[in-house]
Design a protein around this ligand. Structure first.
Ligand SMILES: [Zn+2]
Length: 199
């Protein structure tokens, strides 16, 4: 699934399970951490410029192999736990969202061609065994991913209203405050209209 969907779903779980904004931020970032190995696309793009006859193929070789496994999960959870307030809870939730990301990729991260399946190498980068692959894996831009993305963002908005902070708090507190005030104002207007109709 797209990084935005992974991020929204992880933030929702973080906001619901952790007890501070800081720990929620760490959990949200843990949910997109597996895609760090997607940065291997950068040298591929750089080396494909011009008339280079041998551009690198790192993305095809290493995406889903370097960080989409238990080593990536433990590395992420341990690093973020050091920064967390509620350490045990954050460690457990980081592991949970990391594995939720792996599950989502396992079912819905296929490329455009039917044979373009993306396996999960759970022991990567140490070993390519076991290679977890599902032959019914749907494409990255398929409707289940879009629906799940819309649902995740919708729930994130509802949780933002309840909690008073939103996924934007991961990046900038001022921007988040501005967004949440506007969101609260919209909700208040909708409620006022509804109660006006009820009179
Ligand atoms: Zn991924």
């Amino acid at each position: 699934m797209s990084p935005l969907t992974h991020f929204a779903a992880s933030w929702v779980l973080g906001a619901m399970i952790t007890r501070s904004k800081r720990d929620c931020t760490l959990v949200a970032l843990a949910g997109i951490a597996p895609d760090l190995d997607g940065l291997t696309l950068i040298p591929d793009i750089v080396t494909s410029f011009g008339s280079n006859p041998h551009p690198t193929q790192y993305y095809a070789r290493y995406h889903h192999f370097l960080f989409h496994g238990i080593i990536g999960a433990l590395t992420t959870a341990i690093c973020f736990t050091i920064l967390a307030r509620d350490k045990l809870r954050t460690f457990m939730v980081c592991l949970m969202v990391f594995h939720f990301h792996l599950l989502c990729d396992f079912v819905g991260s296929r490329g455009p061609a039917p044979e373009d399946l993306w396996p999960i190498y759970y022991l990567g980068p140490l070993n390519r065994d076991p290679m977890l692959i599902w032959k019914n894996q749907w494409p990255l831009d398929a409707w289940p991913n879009r629906i799940f993305g819309f649902i995740a963002i919708g729930i994130a908005l509802i949780v933002s209203i309840k909690k008073g902070f939103s996924p934007l708090s991961v990046f900038n507190d001022r921007l988040d405050g501005h967004f949440c005030r506007n969101l609260a104002s919209i909700v208040a207007q909708i409620r006022a209209r509804r109660s006006g109709r009820g009179l």
